[in-house]
Design a protein around this ligand. Sequence first.
Ligand code: NAD
Length: 333
Amino acid sequence: MSNVLSVGVIGAGGIARSHMNAIEANDNIRVVAVMDVDPDRAGAAAGDHGASVYTDLEPLLGDARVEAVHVCTPHSLHADQVVAAAAAGKHVLVEKPMALTLTDCDRMIDACDQAGKILMVGQVMRYYPVNRGIRKMIADGEIGQVGHLIRRRYSYFNPTPAGSDSRHWYLDLEIGGNCVLYCFGPHEYDILHWYLNSPVTQVYAQGSESTDLYQGQKDSYTAMMTHENGAVSVLSQTVVSHTGAHDQYIVGSEGSMMLSGDKLTVNGQEVSVEGSSREGMPNQIREFADCCLEGREPDASGHSVRHSMAVIEAAKLSAERNAPVQMSELERT
Ligand SMILES: NC(=O)c1ccc[n+]([C@@H]2O[C@H](COP(=O)([O-])OP(=O)(O)OC[C@H]3O[C@@H](n4cnc5c(N)ncnc54)[C@H](O)[C@@H]3O)[C@@H](O)[C@H]2O)c1
């Protein structure tokens, strides 16, 4: 068996370029094919890497050189493309959000399990050195038992700035899903239970619409989650704040941590962590290739990330019902 994984990239937009740059930076993976419904995009991306160009999925999946695919398309397409790739015998790395419904997440998991193929989700924040450091410090008990975690992600995300319409799908609920929950939420809701290594048992959330950028969608959400180990985490997010913030406090029985960007403070002292968040994508791609080559389950497997998607679903439901939602309602039976 080769020690270099040959992959096809499906969707050749913004994030696909990041995947392809990261593939180039790793020696255990190479791009052999690119597929996009837009031939110019597919051709431009493939040309930079000497890869074959396709504008339909079937011929890419029929290309015997392709051992695995990277699904980098709009959200509502993920499930069907992953299921088709698994049926064609390919391993899959699918970008976040895994899918827009739990039914689709389950279809993807089942298709890959039945085919005996790896399903990994692009939870790139799990591969940031600082986040790996925080998770290890919590696991090692450096701040004792964590009781409280509060996290903010505030930004202004306009997918269709003047003169550009190609990413209009981000504003379409059917294709993109609610943006704050399904564009940025998949990173944020995932990292909380991952840090604590403790699943969420209950979610109470409220959403609001502060501007008309998202045309009738809620553009801000705040959720309070209870974890199985008793910790409570709070996530506050907006996609319409011109004043940005990406930070968190974690409070434990023996100390506390504060993170702002890549800057980590533990008990008031700045702690240096080797490597920056720019290494997240190359780390993630290396992990995917290693798992496919070694037949090993990735940390951000479909099974693991399904819980994050269920927490997002619970936040949406909780805001609609104006009541807490028990995660038992959304777990797979
Ligand atoms: N990990 C991250 O931090 C991160 C950042 C940005 C985007 N993303 C995710 O990456 C995915 C793509 O986002 P993007 O910003 O690159 O979008 P994009 O609009 O820039 O690119 C999407 C591409 O998919 C192509 N496409 C549309 N329909 C297709 C089909 N049926 N088959 C093949 N290609 C098709 C489009 O032509 C386009 O080139 C989304 O899931 C998004 O949430 C992740």
